[in-house]
Design a protein around this ligand. Structure first.
Ligand code: NDP
Length: 463
């Protein structure tokens, strides 16, 4: 049997790679993990974590406004962008230390360098100009924001990565895209006082979500003062005198802003990785093609997380990592279960969702019962804020199974996490009905919608 330097070489120190490396090293295996930037990957360094901190920062403007109805007088307020950036950077450095510390304690060798594959068992460490070999290689290199090379002036635009470290807060920003990142950042910038325009090519933002939530969020964002331009794309960006940017849309409209941010999806980081030398197959957007157990066409090379372009979500990458360790090192072949994954969009108001949208369920089930509640949450009564909450359950009329739960409003992400349990477990509407409400909460609506709002038969709304 060939002898290798390592049992496992992990390429990429993000959520998936670190979890796989740490668990395998803790089993006493010889593990090395390489990262070219910072441990923590997209989620910790330039994704979920700093984004959520920015969301919190941006919510204070509304909290200050809402306080008056509760009897508070808030004095003059001001916001300091450099303070937010510095505090965010400190928190990220702390988390990066935790990721690194976990690997070190487990006994993994940490390699701070870009590495490339030389063949199916050999990795070149570029910073040290040497090669090492491994029995199993796990590619967990993530993805990066698409840059839109076809857009004239694309080089003048930023992506979410740069948005986290702008030297100063723009006065006006235009954001292209209608997905998670575009919508979340539109709310963040607006909450921080930036004049914000969202430009989306489709008819309604957030194409992968339930239509009632999409429309309701669109309305609430516009009520706050965010401008949303649908069925339009950026046609060109130019620097004008004074350093601002002129953006021309496909509609002919011209906007003058300080930053243009592109949030049009993320691409797997496979360029120049040596995959072809190792014989690893990739797909149309450069994603590594894997089987149900995250194995590539090369038997000893596996891939997990965003680089496989399955579901680009941190908990999915972590789950795939744990399944990989079970499969390869614990003798328990385990395929990641990507069915019914709950997700949140940290817009304002927030979206939390799990399972099928009404439209998707209507294509798969003959008859649906739809339970829909649109109401003003209690916290907005005294504040006077005219913001509506939406709760929706999509139920298969034949089996009574709850197929999807969709929430728009405060804490919707927290609710989605808990709703994921009954929906994953295949519980029925009767189980929801038998559950006692927690009062007074907004979530109690989810167990007190006793009568269907309407039915959907063969994909068409009836009664
Ligand atoms: P998304 O796939 O969510 O959205 C991309 C958006 O860009 C879509 O609205 C898409 O339109 C639009 N688009 C794509 N190509 C073009 C183009 N050439 N011109 C104009 N518009 C275009 O990607 P994001 O970049 O927002 O986020 C990447 C991934 O990261 C997400 O899919 C998600 O998995 C993950 N993420 C998760 C978060 C969370 O869990 N809260 C937060 C942020 C990111 P269309 O809809 O018509 O295809």
């Amino acid at each position: 049997m060939a002898s290798y330097d390592y049992d496992l070489f992990v390429i990429g120190g993000g959520s998936g790679g670190v979890r796989a490396g740490r668990l395998t090293a803790a089993m006493g295996k010889r593990v090395a993990i390489a990262e070219e930037h910072r441990f923590g990957g997209t989620c910790v360094i330039r994704g979920c974590v700093p984004k959520k901190l920015f969301v919190y920062a941006s919510q204070f403007s509304e909290h200050f406004e809402d306080a008056a109805g509760y009897g508070w007088t808030v004095g003059e307020t001001s916001f300091d962008w450099p303070t937010l950036i510095a505090n965010k950077d400190r928190e990220i450095a702390r988390l990066e230390g935790i990721y690194r510390g976990g690997l070190e304690r487990a006994g993994a060798a940490i390699i701070e360098s870009r590495v490339v594959l030389e063949d199916a068992h050999t990795v070149r460490i570029l910073a040290e100009d040497r090669t090492v070999t491994a029995d199993t290689i796990l590619v967990a290199v993530g993805g990066h924001s698409q840059r839109h090379p076809a857009l004239p002036g694309a080089e003048l635009c930023i992506t979410s990565s740069e948005a986290f470290n702008l030297p100063e807060l723009p006065k006006a920003i235009a954001i292209e895209g209608g997905g998670y990142i575009a919508v979340e950042f539109a709310n963040i910038f607006h909450g921080l006082g930036v004049e914000t325009t969202l430009i989306y090519r489709g008819k309604e933002i957030l194409s992968r979500f339930d239509m009632d939530l999409r429309r309701a969020l669109h309305r609430e964002m516009e009520k706050k003062g965010i401008r949303i331009v649908c069925q339009a794309v950026a046609h060109g960006v130019k620097r004008c005198e004074g350093g601002r940017l002129d953006l021309v849309l496909s509609t002919g409209e011209a906007l003058r802003v300080d930053q243009v941010m592109l949030a049009i999806g993320r691409t797997p980081n496979t360029d120049g990785l040596g995959l072809e030398k190792a014989g690893v197959e990739t797909g149309p957007v450069g994603e590594i093609i894997v089987d149900a157990h995250s194995r590539t066409n090369v038997p000893n090379i596996y891939a997990i997380g965003d680089v496989t372009n399955r579901l680009q979500l941190t908990p999915v990458a972590i789950h795939e990592a744990m399944c990989f360790v079970d499969t390869v090192f614990r003798g328990r072949p385990t395929a990641p279960d990507l069915d019914c994954v709950a997700t949140a969009v940290f817009s304002q108001p927030e979206i939390g969702t799990v399972g099928l949208s009404e439209d998707d369920a209507g294509k798969r089930f003959a008859e649906l019962e739809v339970y829909l509640a649109i109401f003003r949450p209690m916290r907005h009564t005294l504040s006077g804020r005219e913001e509506k909450m939406v709760m929706k359950l999509v139920v298969d009329a034949a089996s009574r199974r709850v197929l999807g739960a969709h929430v728009l409003g405060p804490d919707a992400g927290e609710m989605a996490q808990l709703l994921a349990i009954p929906i994953k477990a295949g519980l029925t509407k009767d189980d929801f009905d038998r559950t006692m409400a927690v009062h007074p909460t907004a979530a109690e609506e989810l167990v007190t919608m006793y009568t269907p709002s309407y039915r959907v038969r063969d994909g068409e709304r009836v009664g």
